[in-house]
Design a protein around this ligand. Structure first.
Ligand SMILES: Nc1ncnc2c1ncn2[C@@H]1O[C@H](COP(=O)(O)OP(=O)(O)OP(=O)(O)O)[C@@H](O)[C@H]1O
Ligand SMILES: [Mg+2]
Length: 251
C-alpha cells in the first residue's frame, strides 16, 4: 500500500533550482534512503515533505491525502514524525521530560503546567526510552547527553506522536560507525514492529546498503537513479558521482 506519494516536487531559492521535479513513492513497511552529494537537495526534499518548506510546484500525498504546503504541526498531526540533520532537544529539560512533553502534545494536553505535570505520561515516556535504549538516561538533562543519545531522544519524541512515517535527515551524522549501525538496526526493528515506514538520508554507504530496502539518488536536485541497493550500486552514473569524491558528511 502506498503510504507516501511525492509528485514532481520543485523548489528554487532565488534563481537556484535546489530540487527539480522529484517524484517517488514509499510503501508501508519500507525503508527508503535518499542519497546524493552535499548540496544535492536531500534536506530540501525532507523540508517540503515535512512542511518546513512550501514547494514551488508538485504534490505530497500521505495515504492518498494531499498534504502539500501544510505547516509542520499539521503534517506531524497527520502522522509524520521527523528528526533533523542537526539534533535538537530541549537542553534545560530532562530526557524523560522531553518525551513527556511530546506525549502531552500528542494527546492535546500541551497546556498542562509542566511542574504540575511531572507524572503525566511518565510511564509511557519511560517505555519509549526503554525502546530506544536510553532508559538509564531518563533523569539527565539533554544538554549533558552525548550526541548519539540526543538522536535517540529525538527518535523517542518522534515515536511519541505515533507516526505512520518517520522522516530522518542524517540520523547518524557525527556518530562512529558502530553507533551508526546500532541506531539504524534500532530504527529498522521499530519500523518492522510498528508496520510504519522510514525515509532517511545517510552519507555512509555501508549503512545505506545495509538498511535501505530501496534507494533514491539525487544529484543537483534531480533524481538520477532509483531501485534496490544492488541495482543502485551497479549504476554507472551513480558510480561516476561517487567515484573519487568523499561520501562522508563533514557533519
Ligand atoms: N534556504 C535556502 N536558501 C538558499 N539556498 C538554499 C537554502 N536551503 C538550501 N539551499 C541550497 O540548496 C541546495 C540543496 O541544499 P540541501 O540542504 O537540500 O542539500 P543536501 O542534499 O541536504 O546536502 P547535505 O548533504 O550537505 O546535507 C544547496 O546548494 C543549498 O545551498
Ligand atoms: Mg542535508
Amino acid at each position: 500500500m502506498t503510504l507516501l506519494r511525492v509528485e514532481r516536487l520543485h523548489k528554487s531559492f532565488g534563481g537556484f533550482e535546489a530540487v527539480r521535479d522529484v517524484g517517488f513513492t514509499l510503501e508501508a513497511g519500507e525503508r527508503l534512503a535518499i542519497i546524493g552529494p552535499n548540496g544535492a537537495g536531500k534536506s530540501t526534499c525532507f523540508n517540503m515533505i515535512g512542511g518546513q518548506l512550501r514547494p514551488d510546484h508538485g504534490r505530497v500525498l500521505l495515504d492518498g491525502e494531499d498534504i502539500t504546503g501544510l505547516p509542520p504541526r499539521a503534517v506531524w498531526r497527520k502522522g509524520v514524525g521527523r528528526t533533523f540533520q542537526i539534533a535538537a532537544a530541549f537542553g534545560s529539560m530532562t530526557v524523560a521530560e522531553n518525551v513527556q512533553m511530546a506525549l502531552m502534545n500528542h494527546h492535546g494536553r500541551a497546556r498542562a503546567l509542566f511542574p504540575l505535570a511531572r507524572e503525566l505520561y511518565r510511564e509511557e515516556a519511560l517505555a519509549l526510552l526503554e525502546r530506544v535504549g536510553i532508559r538509564d538516561q531518563a533523569e539527565r538533562f539533554c544538554s549533558m547527553l552525548a550526541y548519539g543519545d540526543i538522536k535517540r531522544v529525538e527518535l523517542a519524541v518522534a515515536l511519541a506522536h505515533d507516526p505512520r512515517l518517520l522522516l530522518m535527515d542524517e540520523p547518524t551524522a557525527g556518530m562512529a560507525p558502530a553507533e551508526r549501525h546500532a541506531l539504524m538496526r534500532l530504527v529498522s526493528a521499530i519500523v518492522a514492529e510498528r508496520g510504519i515506514a522510514v525515509l532517511f538520508t545517510e552519507h555512509d554507504m555501508d549503512v545505506v546498503f545495509a538498511y535501505a530496502d530501496r534507494i533514491l539518488v539525487i544529484n543537483r536536485g534531480r533524481l538520477i537513479a532509483e531501485g534496490p541497493p544492488e541495482k543502485v550500486r551497479a549504476d554507472r552514473e551513480v558510480q561516476a558521482i561517487y567515484l573519487g569524491s568523499t561520501v562522508e558528511s563533514p557533519a
